[in-house]
Structures are given as structure tokens and as C-alpha cells.
Design a protein around this ligand. Structure first.
Ligand code: ERO
Length: 299
């Protein structure tokens, strides 16, 4: 990748036009909106709101159906890496989509979303460790090529260790993306005394400044506990400073969500130039000079 920055799945990636805009920008790669077998309208509006500190969303997986994104992958020129996000409504759906992707034999990489927080009545799969292990066993059977998973945030060192040990068992799993939005937060408008979004009584996934420390902890712990795998950082990146922090915590590359939604694709060139300026100020020539080299204050 010419740049370590690209879009977070869900932002600027639902239609061909949006994907083309990311492909034509300074982003180093692009990823599609998580797809299901059939197209989905998603949850009722309003379902996304930004605030000065970030965003809340309960989009409900609106997407054009997997065939649309696989068609895009078929005609893509691969001037930069293309990731295809997959988020079936069941394990069987995911297996069906991965089997179809395998048959196409394209140079794109699937990111299997194990962490959608916004489907009423459906818990996030990756909070169920046994179900995650079973899913990865079956995915590895039908898809014997490199793939990755999108994880929700974890909040306890025991859970980091258990999930990392589980993920380390799968050789085909080459990358994990940390983190999906922090699920089921609630933002309240003081004036109207109302929730900001309509679905699920106002509960939704948080992004932006609200989640940066949680994202950094997940990137740091998973990159420490899974040295053979790549960690893609996602959460709270709005300038070169947060991109640098994610890389310092061990990220190979980073995705931009809320900031991209608010600023558009110009964010990629701006954040890249801020990152380069920061590296120059610190005397770093390349990302490897500081990647994963976070210092701690242990004695
Ligand atoms: O509601 C969504 O479409 C959605 N929002 C997120 O913050 N993360 C997701 O993973 C997701 C759908 C899969």
C-alpha cells in the first residue's frame, strides 16, 4: 500500500460511485460495505448522527447484496488492494458468500465482520467465543486463502488473551481489524430530551473521539498477543496524530470511519500529509521505524 490509510467498512463504500471515489483518492486501499446474501434497506432513519466528539449509528446493514460487491471486485483494476467485507445473517450465509468468492479466484481479501452491533435481536458473534471458534473452523474449510475478521472492542485482559489464543489457531486468518464501533451506546440531545437516532430506542455503535482509547488498547493487545498476524487499526482517527498512535500500538494499516463520513475523501491526503510531517519531526523514515514500539512506564 502506498499509504497506510483507507476507509472503514460502512463509510463511502455502499455504491460503486462511492467505492470509485475512494479508489481515486489518496487512500492506500479500499473496503466495501459489509454485505449480506440479499440487498437490505437497513434500519429506519435517522440512523447516523455526528457530534463534536464522534458519531452514533444504527444503520442496520444497508447494502446492495453480495453479488453487487463481487461484481465490483471482478471489474476492479487492483491499482490498490481491495477488501470485501462480508456479514451474513447466519454462518451458512457467510459460508455461501465465501464459497462464491473462492470460485471467482480474485486478488481481493475478505474481511468477515463478526461484530455488527445494530441488528435487533442478534448479538455480536465475536462476544460468543465458542460460536466464533465454530465459525472460523467452517470458514477455514470453505475458504483456504488469506482472510481477516472485524472484531468488536474487548474490555478485559482475560478476553483479549482468550480471543487471541482462539484466533492464533487459524493460519488462514491473516489479519484482524480492531475495532468495530463500540456497540449500543446512547447519545442524548439535551434540548429536545431525545435520542439522536431512531432504531433500537436510540442505542447505536459509537465512533470517533469517543472510542480512540478503546481502539488503541485493542490494537495494542492484539498485536502483542498475535505477532504472526496483522492488526488493522480503526477507531478515532481524524488526523496524523491518531494514525501515528494506532501504528505505534502495532497497526499495519488504519481505517478511517467517522472522519471520512464528515470530511469526505479529502481526509486521506490531509491525514497522510500530517502523518508524514509528524514522522519527519520525529526523524522517522518509514513506518517500521516506530510501528509497535509503544513505550510503557513499567519499572
Ligand atoms: O449498522 C450497520 O450497518 C453497522 N454499523 C456499525 O457500526 N458496524 C457494523 O458492523 C455494521 C453492520 C454490519
Amino acid at each position: 500500500m502506498a499509504s497506510p490509510l483507507y476507509n472503514a467498512s460502512g463509510v463511502m463504500c455502499r455504491t460503486r460511485e462511492e467505492l470509485d471515489a475512494v479508489a481515486g483518492s489518496a487512500a492506500g486501499a479500499l473496503i466495501t460495505k459489509s454485505c449480506t446474501l440479499l440487498p437490505r434497506e437497513g434500519n429506519p432513519e435517522p440512523r447516523y448522527r455526528a457530534t463534536p466528539l464522534g458519531s452514533i449509528n444504527s444503520m442496520g446493514l444497508p447494502n446492495e447484496g453480495y453479488q453487487y460487491y463481487f461484481d465490483y471486485a471482478r471489474q476492479f483494476d487492483y491499482r490498490k488492494p481491495l477488501f470485501v467485507s462480508i456479514s451474513g445473517m447466519s454462518l451458512d450465509d457467510n459460508l455461501q458468500m465465501l464459497t462464491a468468492l473462492r470460485a471467482l479466484n480474485l486478488p481481493c481479501l475478505p474481511e468477515v465482520n463478526l461484530s455488527c452491533p445494530n441488528l435487533p435481536g442478534k448479538p455480536q458473534l465475536a462476544y460468543d467465543f465458542a460460536a466464533t471458534a465454530e465459525a472460523l473452523e467452517q470458514i477455514s474449510q470453505v475458504y483456504p486463502h488469506p482472510f481477516g475478521v472485524k472484531l468488536p472492542p474487548y474490555f478485559d485482559p482475560v478476553h483479549f488473551a482468550q480471543m487471541a489464543a482462539l484466533l492464533n489457531r487459524f493460519d488462514g486468518l491473516r489479519f484482524v481489524t480492531c475495532i468495530n464501533s463500540v456497540g449500543n451506546g446512547l447519545l442524548v440531545d439535551l434540548e429536545s430530551e431525545s435520542t439522536l437516532i431512531r432504531p433500537k430506542g436510540g442505542l447505536g455503535g459509537l465512533g470517533g473521539d469517543y472510542v480512540l482509547p478503546t481502539a488503541l488498547a485493542n490494537v495494542r493487545e492484539f498485536s502483542r498477543l498475535m505477532p504472526e498476524k496483522h492488526v488493522i487499526g480503526c477507531g478515532g482517527i481524524k488526523s496524523g496524530a491518531e494514525a501515528f498512535m494506532h501504528l505505534l500500538c502495532g497497526a499495519t494499516a488504519v481505517q478511517i470511519g467517522t472522519c471520512l463520513h464528515e470530511e469526505g475523501v479529502a481526509a486521506f491526503a490531509r491525514i497522510e500529509s500530517e502523518l508524514i510531517e509528524l514522522m519527519q519531526r520525529k526523524g522517522y523514515q518509514c513506518l517500521a521505524d516506530f510501528r509497535g514500539k509503544l513505550k510503557t512506564l513499567d519499572c
